[in-house]
Design a protein around this ligand. Structure first.
Ligand SMILES: Cc1ncc(COP(=O)(O)O)c(C=O)c1O
Length: 393
């Protein structure tokens, strides 16, 4: 087998991903290495997953230790690591209890099921409509896909799950109009990540929470991309002073291992009873031990303030670049979830950046997204800014 990994991948793996240009074989801190030995600064971090950088020693240690202690037991039994993780997460959504799964889509799937069951058991039948936003992204499983307010992801997969309704993101009037008596829940991202880091107008989340409370619908916040410190607070909704009924998490939660969580509080937490929902691997000891290590480092290294400071500085520099280079049309973001709109194809810029040793993501045709590890330094980002200026010259 002398073919490259890329050629072998194209033969061996299904064609659902765009062809890749790199095969990555190693990572440490903010850098990854390809199969030719070339090193790159990773400014997308496995799509907002590698928040502590690659192979953080504390996470690696926790995983190694856990693998030699207990790897899997299923949910026929309890395990201490999932209990400790649920307790730790509950501190960030007071009064909440956790359900663990393996991905963001699964966490949203659980939230949608919980919302329907909550409405069915507390308000009676016929209240199964879920309202989500245009431009949203909630994952690829059927209910999460149906909730995803971007037709391009749904094409060819009809028929979708019945009972979903879409509203323009950021428009409280439209949300109020959509909240008829048959609505069980509203599902929103605090910032829309996949559609290009779109921030709603200030007060939108608080307004949505108020509308939900008045109508009896639950507010479900998809913090799969924005949560766990990515935007500079543990949950993005904290910055808006909003306390949702349900929060979904994944991405960096497992420190690089697959792990998702749904946190539910108040009456919503009572909607699942024994047998309502399950996942064989949910709460897996190794993934939970990795998550506990991730949370500990987040706190002990005071990374939230670092995310805020580095993010502000980086966005300021990008805005300076926009002032000098008309090809940079806009800069958006919060913390270390940032996008720039360009007057040129983002894929071409991402390729040119890759050739200069920087990994960035063309999240939309004309938008680049950055979700670097929280430990990225100003010097590293300054190197990228110089490369970007050169590319745009
Ligand atoms: C906001 C949001 N929700 C859900 C998902 C789906 O997560 P996963 O790919 O782990 O299923 C994503 C993935 O990018 C996301 O950004």
């Amino acid at each position: 087998m002398s073919d490259s990994w890329l050629e072998r991948a194209d033969r061996a793996l299904l064609g659902n991903y765009y062809p890749a240009r790199l095969t990555l074989v190693r990572g440490e801190g903010c850098r990854v290495v390809d199969d030719s030995g070339r090193s790159y600064l990773d400014l997308i971090g496995g799509i907002a997953v590698n928040s502590l950088g690659h192979c953080h020693p504390a996470v690696v240690r926790a995983i190694r230790e856990q693998c030699g202690t207990l790897m899997h037991v299923s949910n026929l039994y309890r395990n201490p690591w999932s209990v400790r993780l649920a307790e730790a997460l509950s501190a960030h959504l007071p009064g909440s209890r956790a359900f663990f799964c393996n991905s963001g889509a699964e966490a949203n799937e659980a939230a949608i099921k919980l919302a329907r069951r909550h409405a069915a058991t507390t308000r009676g039948p016929g209240r199964d409509v879920l309202v989500s936003a245009e431009g949203s992204f909630h994952g690829r499983t059927y209910a999460a896909l149906t909730a995803t307010g971007q037709p391009k992801y749904r094409e060819g997969f009809e028929r979708l799950v019945p009972g979903f309704r879409y509203v323009p993101y950021g428009d409280l009037g439209a949300l109020a109009a959509a909240l008829s008596d048959d609505v069980c829940a509203v599902l929103l991202e605090p910032i829309q990540g996949e559609s290009g880091v779109r921030l709603p107008p200030p007060g939108y989340l608080a307004g949505a929470a108020e509308l939900c409370a008045r109508s009896g619908a639950l507010l479900l916040l998809d913090e799969v991309q924005t949560g766990l410190g990515r935007t500079g607070t543990f949950l993005a909704c904290e910055a808006e002073g909003v306390l949702p009924d349900v929060v979904t998490l994944s991405k960096s939660l497992g420190g690089g291992l697959p792990l998702g969580a749904m946190l539910a509080r108040g009456e919503a937490a009572k909607a699942f009873v024994p047998g309502s929902h399950a996942s064989t691997f949910g709460g897996n000891p190794v993934a939970c031990a990795a998550a506990l290590a991730f949370l500990e480092v987040l706190e002990s290294e005071n990374l939230l303030s670092r995310v805020r400071e580095t993010g502000e500085w980086f966005m300021g520099e990008l805005r300076g670049l926009a002032a000098r280079k008309p090809k940079v049309l806009a800069v958006r973001g919060r913390g270390l979830l940032i996008a720039v709109d360009l007057a040129v194809p983002a894929k071409e810029v991402a390729l040119a950046a890759e050739q200069r040793g920087y990994l960035v993501n063309a999240v939309q045709e004309q938008s680049l997204r950055f979700a670097p590890p929280f430990i990225v330094t100003r010097e590293e980002l300054a190197g990228f800014l110089a490369a970007l200026e050169d590319i745009l010259a």
